[in-house]
Design a protein around this ligand. Sequence first.
Ligand SMILES: Cc1cc2nc3c(=O)[nH]c(=O)nc-3n(C[C@H](O)[C@H](O)[C@H](O)COP(=O)(O)O)c2cc1C
Ligand code: SF4
Length: 694
Amino acid sequence: MARDPRHDVLFEPVRLGPVTARNRFYQVPHCNGMGVQYPSAMAAMRGVKAEGGWAVICTEECDFHVTGDVSPAIEARLWSAKDVPILARMADAVHRHGSLAGCELVYGGAAGHNRQSREIPMAPSATPVFGPEPGQARAMDKEDIRNFRRWHRQAALRARDAGFDIVYVYAAHNLCLMQHFISRRYNRRTDEYGGSIENRTRLMREVIEDTKEAVGATMAVAVRFAVDELAGPDAITHDGDGAAVVELLAELPDLWDVNISEWDNDSQTARFAEEGYQEDFIGFVKSKTSKPVIGVGRYTSADRMVSLVNKGVLDMIGAARPSIADPFLPKKIEEGRIEDIRECIGCNICVSGDWMHMPMRCTQNPTKGEEWRRGWHPEKIEPKASDASVLIVGAGPAGLECARALGQRGYRVTLAEAATELGGHLNRVSGLPGLASWARVRDYRTGQIQTMSNVEVFLDSRLDAAQVREFGFDHVAIATGSAWRGDGVGRAHHNPIPGAEQAHVVTPDDVIAGVELEGPVVIYDDDDYFMASVLAEKLRGEGHEVIYLTPEVDVANWTHNTMEQSRIQARLLELGVDIHASRKLTSIGPDNVELACAYTGRTSALDAGSVVLVTMRLPDDALYRELMADDAALKAAGVASVTRIGDCLAPGLIAAAVYGGHKFARELDADLPSNDEVPFRREVMGLSNDWPVV
Ligand SMILES: Cc1cc2nc3c(=O)[nH]c(=O)nc-3n(C[C@H](O)[C@H](O)[C@H](O)COP(=O)(O)O)c2cc1C
Ligand code: SF4
């Protein structure tokens, strides 16, 4: 297919100091939970994106000195020459596909706790380290500043030795020293590095100059700068200090990569922000500099990207999440295959990997993090290894992905769905407040399946075991999903909650189906993810009085990992939801509920007209059990395997369901190791020869 000529502008090269990007697609720095601990996995993940057409591929944060150690976050590292080969592997993977590699040097300062090195963190002025940790950073003296500049310079040289084309001077996310110098909130110095904005920008200016002097002949020097901290007039604002910094340093770097701070403001989810949510803040930057400007905002629409370039807002389209969800997004635009783009849904499951110090996952892209480990390519897949036919029962996230990937392999696939439309629980969830974009998980897959002549879809087709056997498929994948449990059993309760059997006690499935509720409605969240909070929003929107109970210390506790928790809590408070945290629901009466303090066990009561229990889900695996109950009949029907996938096996994240469906498709007819073996590649740390020491 030919590219839409309107998109041509996106494929123009852009000069970045001494190097040239082949188009306008720029993968901004993003961590991935692999970094220094899973180096080949990280390198392969970046290489795949270069193959997918991103002209620039950056590392994640890369700490470069023991006094600026960002552990336990798993990031890149350039403490010494010993670290160079790891990053050289990434640069090499990127270069192999004709892209430029960028390295984002970070020095955590007060935002890093130096947990590995145990060195004392440093800041412009003495301040508690960020986060709930009983330590402080000490104020830097002039020698510290000289040291810092030298360390940064040495790191830039190491980045050059690793083969990078771009090196960053980083002042964003409130995660690094140079931003702390600029922000009045942390800089209370009275010397030439404090006071006026010129003075607070001094260190950044010096570091840019040092870096240019050290490596600028061959590498572009990028600045990543948060033009607004969204923290009021005392902080950096885009019409105050943010604009002043860009003006003061305008022509010094080779490119400006601008955004808003902190990280939760920069990487907002679709529940709280639309595509392009940073434009009001970063829009001014191009008027202050002639250097290329890169910006972000969950951009997945090619038309919008074109308009940003044409309107003079951005020169290159920065992306973290869109490049995670679809590493081939640029190539698909280039080839006029817009409908093949797997658009990011804005859920931040990718971000949760970083917070939990594990390799990143992505809801839309099940191959994320598996590029090297399992050899999974986001666009390519092994052709079928037999003429086997596969029946998939259930077209939710697992069934749809399974059908799509098996179809891509060339198998004959039949997808049978009991409902009258494809999507399973994605249809229900995406109708809830703020979650419309989650339907992209369904839409991408249904779009792909429609083009596959070897995938047949049957709607309104609830199958029983006899029908499944009658069809005589070689393999059957059961993806019949799950249903919310109605008796209160879950994390906090190992037995049913007394009173849960009453008619006014309902589940999220009932609420979504439109059950009539009496107020006040008590929502009991023992699930900790999004569901209870979106139901609270929905019911407040419908005019109900809503009481939110949770045994956790705050609402939707797990969403700290998606950086949504504080926004969710604020939204519920603003909507007038009555929140009772650290409370277990101990019994349900006809018109009230009894609670117990999660710490003391002290009880209290609240009026309740209806109770919604959001605790756990049960697999909807009746068909599977029915089939497995008659092994002889299965054999007689010629069915070689029956497998549960997705929520039907174990309810969890949509990302886990998509992954489960994909894994089944990848592994069909594959020569797999026994389950006594580790099923993927891994790197084991090299032991030092310096042993024994004591
Ligand atoms: C999983 C994840 C990790 C990130 N890690 C970094 C990082 O290491 N350094 C950085 O400057 N920005 C980091 N970011 C922020 C992104 O670079 C980007 O500015 C932000 O996500 C908004 O862009 P997007 O909407 O295209 O995702 C990260 C974002 C995500 C989603
Ligand atoms: S996990 Fe969600 S937010 Fe992150 S890239 Fe994938 S779809 Fe986008």
